[in-house]
Design a protein around this ligand. Structure first.
Ligand code: BES
Ligand code: MN
Ligand code: MN
Length: 455
C-alpha cells in the first residue's frame, strides 16, 4: 500500500481524529483558555509522536507554545520541507449565530462544522496525516519534513519572529508550505501568491478633564466623541480611497498579466451580496472587488467607544473617546512607515480644541510570492491529480504575519496552498470544512512532497 492508498484507506479515522482536535477550544486570545491551548499543543505532539516523527517538541515562547516536529530520514541530499500552520482558533460563542456547539464538531452535507475546522486545524492536520501516510508501514518520505505549528497566529504571531531568529538552524529548509487559506470553489484549486499585511492602532481623543453636564458645558466644549468622528471621517476621500498623504506611495500596481490571471476567479457581485448581506458595494470604484481585496491597501475602523451608550438616556458630555483602527497593506508597504504617516496626519488634522494620540498595537508585513520558482511548479503539478486541472493564482485579503519572516529571514520560497473554501465561515459562525477537501488536501500534500523530491 503506498501513501496515497493508505490515506484513502484511513480517511474516516483521520476525520475522527480531526474532530477530537476540534473539540479542544484553543482560543489564543482568551486568557481563560490557556490550559486548552496547552492541551491542543499536547494533543498534536502526541499524534506527531504516534505517527513516527522522531523529534517532537512543545517549545515554549513568551506566549502560547509552538509545536515542532521533524523527520530527517531522507538524508542531506534530499530537499527539506517546512510545513507551517496554527492550532489556535478565533473565539466562538453559540449566541453569535452558530446552529450547533462550535466546539462539538458535527457533519452535515459533507462538511464538518466547528470552530477551527477550516482555519486552520483541518488544513494543517491534512499535512500531519500526509506525513503519517508517508511514514506508515515503515515507509520513507521522499523529503525531510519539519512541521511548525504555532498557537498565536490569530493574535498576530507576536512571538514567532523572535522564535524564528532563535531557531534559524532548526528551521533550515528548501521550501515552506502553508495550508491556511481558501479556494474560490470546490473544483478549482488555487495557489495564493499575495497576502496582505496589517497595522493595528488605537486612537484616543480627550477633551475636558472628565465627563461634564451637557447642559452646563454643551456648546462650549468640543465633544471628544464628535471630534473623534470628525478625525476618523477625514481618513477617507469621498471616492473611498484613503486620504492620508503618502499612503499609496509604495503600492505596486497590478500588471496586465496579473489582472488577467485574477479575472479567472472573479469576486462576483452576487456572491459578494450573499456573503456580506450589505446593500451595495463600496470602495475604490476603479478596482474590481477582487482587486480591492487582494491588491489594494485599506484603512478600517474596527470599533469606536465613548460616552454613554447603555440602556436609557444620559445628558453627558464625555471626557474622551477611543477608536480601534487597522490597515490591510499590500506588498512593498512598510507597516511602521504607514503607522507614522497616519500618526502625523492625525496630529495635523486634530483641532486645537481636543488632544489626540495614535498608538501602534500591531504590525505585520504583506507577503508576496514569486510565481516562477521550481517549488511553485511542484505545487502546480501536485494540484493536477486531485482536481484534474491546474490551479489558478489568486491574491488574498487576509494576513499571515509570519510568511514575511519565512520569506526574508529564512529565505524560503513559500507556497500557499489552501484547502478551505472562501465561504467556509472562518472567524464567523458555522465555520465548516469540506470532508472531501480534507481528503483531497492530504493527497495533494503527498503529491506536493513527491513533486519537490523529484526536482
Ligand atoms: N488564515 C487566515 C488568513 C487568511 C484568510 C489567509 C483568508 C488567506 C485567506 C489567518 O488565520 C488570519 O485570520 N489572519 C489574521 C491575522 C491577524 C490576526 C494578524 C487576519 O487576517 O486577520
Ligand atoms: Mn489561519
Ligand atoms: Mn484566522
Amino acid at each position: 500500500m503506498n501513501a496515497h492508498e493508505y490515506a484513502a484507506a484511513n480517511a474516516s479515522r483521520f476525520l475522527d481524529q480531526l474532530k477530537d482536535l476540534l473539540r479542544i477550544p484553543s482560543v489564543s486570545t482568551d486568557p481563560d483558555r490557556k490550559a486548552d491551548m496547552q492541551r491542543a499543543a499536547e494533543w498534536l505532539a502526541d499524534d506527531l509522536r504516534r505517527i513516527g516523527m522522531p523529534r517532537v517538541e512543545i517549545m515554549p515562547t513568551a506566549g502560547h507554545p509552538v509545536v515542532y516536529a521533524e523527520w530527517l530520514g531522507a538524508g542531506e541530499t534530499a530537499p527539506t520541507i517546512l510545513v507551517y500552520g496554527h492550532y489556535d482558533v478565533q473565539p466562538a460563542e453559540i449566541e453569535a449565530g452558530w446552529t450547533s456547539d462550535p466546539f462539538e464538531p458535527i457533519e452535515r452535507d459533507g462538511f464538518v462544522y466547528a470552530r477551527g475546522s477550516s482555519d486552520d486545524k483541518g488544513q494543517v492536520f491534512a499535512h500531519v496525516k500526509a506525513a503519517e501516510a508517508l511514514l506508515a508501514n515503515g515507509g520513507q518520505p521522499p523529503v525531510n519534513l519539519k512541521l511548525l505549528i504555532e498557537g498565536e497566529e490569530e493574535i498576530g504571531s507576536p512571538n514567532l519572529s523572535s522564535f524564528v531568529d532563535k531557531h534559524r538552524e532548526m528551521l533550515k529548509a528548501d521550501v515552506c508550505v502553508i495550508s491556511d487559506g481558501g479556494m474560490a470553489s470546490m473544483d478549482q484549486p488555487s495557489i495564493v501568491y499575495a497576502l496582505r499585511g496589517l497595522v493595528g492602532m488605537e486612537l484616543e481623543v480627550w477633551g475636558p478633564a472628565q465627563d461634564l453636564h451637557s447642559g452646563q458645558y454643551g456648546g462650549t466644549v468640543h465633544n471628544p466623541v464628535q471630534a473623534l468622528a470628525e478625525i476618523v471621517a477625514a481618513l477617507h476621500n469621498p471616492d473611498g480611497s484613503v486620504s492620508v498623504p503618502g499612503f499609496y506611495n509604495d503600492v505596486l500596481s497590478l500588471s496586465d498579466e496579473e489582472r488577467a490571471e485574477l479575472d479567472k476567479t472573479p469576486f462576483l457581485e452576487a456572491d459578494w451580496r450573499r456573503a456580506t448581506g450589505a446593500p451595495q458595494p463600496w470602495g475604490e470604484a476603479q478596482f474590481k472587488l477582487h482587486e480591492r481585496v487582494g491588491a489594494r491597501p485599506t484603512l478600517e475602523i474596527n470599533g469606536m467607544a465613548g460616552g454613554f451608550y447603555g440602556v436609557g438616556f444620559k445628558t453627558v458630555l464625555p471626557g474622551k473617546a477611543l477608536a480601534k483602527i487597522s490597515c490591510r497593506l499590500v506588498a512593498n508597504q512598510n507597516p511602521h512607515h504607514i503607522y507614522e504617516l497616519i500618526r502625523d496626519y492625525v496630529k495635523l488634522i486634530t483641532p486645537p480644541t481636543v488632544r489626540s494620540e495614535l498608538r501602534l498595537l500591531q504590525a505585520g508585513e504583506a507577503a508576496f510570492v514569486d510565481r516562477h520558482t521550481p517549488a511553485m511548479q511542484a505545487a502546480i503539478t501536485a494540484d493536477e491529480p486531485g482536481w484534474g486541472q491546474p490551479p489558478v493564482f489568486a491574491r488574498e485579503g487576509g494576513s499571515i504575519p509570519s510568511v514575511a519572516d519565512f520569506n526574508h529571514k529564512l529565505k524560503l520560497p513559500v507556497i500557499l496552498m489552501g484547502f478551505g473554501l472562501n465561504d467556509g465561515g472562518a472567524h464567523g459562525p458555522n465555520e465548516h470544512f469540506s470532508v472531501q477537501l480534507f481528503q483531497r488536501g492530504i493527497q495533494t500534500a503527498i503529491f506536493f512532497y513527491e513533486a519537490i523530491a523529484k526536482q
